[in-house]
Design a protein around this ligand. Structure first.
Ligand code: FPP
Length: 242
């Protein structure tokens, strides 16, 4: 089966999963972490090279303070508990987003995990944290504008490739497949530039219910899709088995 090289996921529905069971929302996030562990492991096993997870958006800062604090705590504990597994399975960890806005302790554990997994080669796991795509693009454009203003860059030298290399996702190929759970059919300010030709897959399953079997279903659907990148079918025939 054709497996996406780069899979991006909007992990949605933890809160609703908990509310359906009259549990506090944070209980849904706890179960959400278990799904993260299962899906990371399965992606690594199946040979996904890049996995990018939307864990906390720029807008999520507006949630009640106790939920934000609980999510930050979960994130720190997740990273500490997964470091050995990431190293054992040769997974490189990185982050995109406004990392400076995260609490200092979380920033520390993030930097440590990035540094200690830097030489791992089999899969790149990227967490989007305090991430919003418009903010990412604004920061990149400011950086390029500074270079133009300083005379280090000609405006004409700015093209698709340079902008891609200036975004937080520099070095990552564009996603082949985006999965969003919980029935919402939106992109919600995730990887707006990078998703230009990405196949989109929406499922009603809430994130805590998203298992490896559900991942296989998404990959089976992806394998049936024909990606044309704006060309006609006959032109892309040779690409089909990639
Ligand atoms: C969406 O559910 C999920 C989030 C805002 C956070 C995602 C976080 C996790 C899966 C756990 C922590 C992550 C890691 C990597 C340790 P929601 O709360 O928006 O659900 P709702 O739409 O049903 O309210």
């Amino acid at each position: 089966m054709r497996i996406p090289s780069h899979l991006a996921i909007i992990m949605d529905g933890n809160g609703r999963w908990a509310e359906q069971r009259q549990l506090p929302r944070i209980a849904g996030h706890h179960r959400g972490v278990e799904s993260v562990q299962e899906i990371v492991a399965e992606c690594r096993t199946l040979g996904v090279r890049y996995l990018t997870l939307y864990a906390f958006s720029s807008e999520n800062w507006g949630r009640p303070e106790d939920e934000v604090n609980a999510l930050m705590g979960l994130l720190g504990r997740y990273l500490e508990s997964e470091l050995d597994t990431m190293c054992a399975r040769n997974i490189r960890f990185q982050v995109i987003g406004e990392i400076d806005r995260l609490p200092a302790e979380v920033g520390q554990v993030l930097r440590r995990t990035v540094a200690q997994t830097a030489n791992n080669k089999e899969m790149v796991l990227t967490l989007a944290l305090s991430y919003g795509a418009r903010n990412e693009m604004v920061r990149a454009i400011r950086e390029l504008a500074r270079q133009v203003a300083d005379g280090r860059l000609a405006a004409e030298a700015i093209d698709d490739d340079l902008l891609s290399r200036t975004l937080d996702t520099a070095g990552l190929p564009d996603p082949d497949l985006l999965i969003r759970t919980s029935g919402e059919m939106r992109i919600s300010n995730f990887l707006l530039w990078q998703l230009a030709y990405t196949e989109l897959y929406f499922t009603e399953d809430l994130w805590p219910d998203f298992s490896r079997q559900k991942l296989h279903q998404a990959f089976a659907e992806y394998a049936r899709r024909q990606r044309r990148f704006g060309l006609i079918a006959a032109q892309v025939k040779g690409e089909e088995n990639h």
